[in-house]
Design a protein around this ligand. Structure first.
Ligand code: TYD
Ligand code: MG
Length: 451
């Protein structure tokens, strides 16, 4: 019998080396190499290949219907519900609300009559029950257990009615007998995820794996899991705000770029069907330095306030700080405003903030950011019912962006009466009927002159 062999595996990137090293040569991280035993004889036992029948793309029958939880903001991000037999990874920082979101989704699904199994590897059954009771979900027929051994979990799920959804909270706590490494190591996580993946594909159950992310936003250790699963969702938020955003960074069955917005309340996560109204609530429209962008998050229009503060500096090198905005984009907009807008900003500190803890990373935000900067510098207050969208090029020209109609209609719906849009933007008659007066803007010079 072949002896189990020790291999050295980087816990950060999964690279395998034959000897221990202080620093991983592959990813450059220090103190991340850990000795692990690979499967040994059992895992290496070779089987003779067996020929199987290949199939065509069209297949027989209709595709299986999606499993719709009824939590709309969740279903939107998965692309209209879970696909049976798919595996989804839900990443997020500890305490952001992953377990809360999933117990709510499980309860909603179970109430529709589907069999839903929730496996908690981190909390005791009593703790999960306590949370469910707080959320008024105790009556939902979710099947619950605290377990960490993958074979036991799969055996449990294989008895009785096939589950429509299995939640594994979290993948880092799981371990399988196939490998001998400690739970939480890359090898264990990978092998456990593989076993679960196989179960999903063979039984048609959808499986959600919860994964913890590190400070830099990566699903801790097992980047490998991201490649294996069908969809990767991340649950994000900002400690100071109650908003939580669910984003898809990978989805084999739907579009990425969709976001779901929730608000953490005393009764769990509440869906936010109209995020623009929430993000614009409480804004001080009479202050200079604020401009509203008619932005897009995926296929969804979203109006967000961009706040700027431009003030004379008391330092040798002026400060430039951003929250929720790209630092390089700010530098570029400032350079363009100086070169083509005639502004002098070299002796000013500049701060740019996206209200509500949001991240505004689409180019269409440029025009609103520039308007906020000019408004703060000159002290001119922008009209409260004015929205902006447009990308600024290095030449100072304001360039068209995608989905102008959706942006205008969302602005109109929220009571905005003026929109500053790129002059070159093509608009249909329907776009012009959104109830918003269009103010074309050709370049930053025109913007500065108009404020
Ligand atoms: P949790 O779902 O346990 O986070 P995760 O699984 O991502 O680690 O959420 C924990 C936080 O959510 C906790 O700090 C308290 C807060 N919370 C509420 O504000 N209201 C609620 O109804 C619940 C259940 C949690
Ligand atoms: Mg949790």
């Amino acid at each position: 019998m072949a002896k189990a062999r020790s291999v050295f595996v980087c816990q950060n990137c999964g690279a395998v080396t034959s000897r221990w090293q202080g620093r991983c040569e592959s990813c450059g991280e220090w103190n991340v190499i850990v000795a692990e035993t690979d499967g040994g004889a059992a895992a290496r036992r070779a089987t003779r290949g067996r020929a199987f029948e290949l199939e065509g793309l069209a297949g027989e029958g209709r595709p299986a219907p999606r499993i719709v939880t009824g939590v709309d903001e969740f279903d939107r991000v998965t692309g209209g519900g879970f696909v049976p037999g798919s595996v989804l990874l839900l990443g997020g920082e500890p305490g952001i609300g992953k377990s809360t979101l999933l117990i709510q989704a499980c309860a909603a699904l179970a109430r529709q009559g589907a069999r839903v199994v929730y496996i908690s590897g981190e909390e005791a059954v009593a703790q999960v029950r306590l949370r469910a009771a707080r959320l008024n979900l105790a009556d939902a027929p979710v099947e619950l257990t605290a377990a960490t051994q993958v074979e036991d979990i799969l055996a449990t799920c294989a008895t009785g009615r096939p589950p429509a959804l299995i939640v594994i909270d979290s993948i880092q706590t799981m371990h399988t007998d196939l490998v001998e490494s400690a739970p939480g190591t890359v090898t264990q996580v990978r092998a456990s995820a593989q076993a679960l993946l196989r179960h999903a594909k063979t039984t048609g159950a959808a499986i959600i794996l919860v994964g913890h992310v590190t400070k830099d936003g990566q699903v801790a250790g097992p980047r490998v899991v991201e490649h294996m699963v069908d969809a990767v969702l991340s649950f994000e938020g900002d400690g100071a705000h109650h908003f939580r955003m669910l984003r898809a960074s990978k989805n084999r069955f739907g579009a990425t770029g969709e976001i779901g917005v929730f608000e953490m309340t005393g009764l769990g996560l509440a869906e936010v069907a109209n995020p623009s109204a929430l993000f614009l609530a409480g804004r001080d429209a009479a202050a200079p330095g604020a401009a509203v962008v008619a932005g897009m998050e995926g296929q969804r229009p979203m109006l967000v306030e961009i706040q700027a503060l431009v003030a004379p500096t008391s330092l040798g090198t002026p400060r430039r700080a951003v929250v929720g905005f790209d630092q390089n984009r700010l530098s570029m907009i400032l350079a363009v405003l100086e070169a083509h807008g005639g502004l002098k900003l070299g002796m000013h500190d500049v701060y740019l903030n996206v209200a509500g803890g949001l991240r505004a990373d689409e180019p269409a935000t440029d025009l609103a950011a520039a308007a906020a900067l000019v408004s703060s510098l000159t002290g001119a207050v922008l009209p409260a019912d004015m929205a902006f969208f447009g990308e600024i090029g290095l030449s100072g020209a304001v360039r068209p962006v995608i989905h102008p109609g959706m942006r205008l209609r969302e602005a109109g719906k929220l009571g905005f009466r003026h929109a500053v849009v790129p002059q070159a933007q093509q608009l249909t008659d329907e776009d012009r009927r959104a109830g918003v007066a269009i103010r074309p803007c050709a370049d930053v010079g025109g913007l500065v002159a108009a404020i």
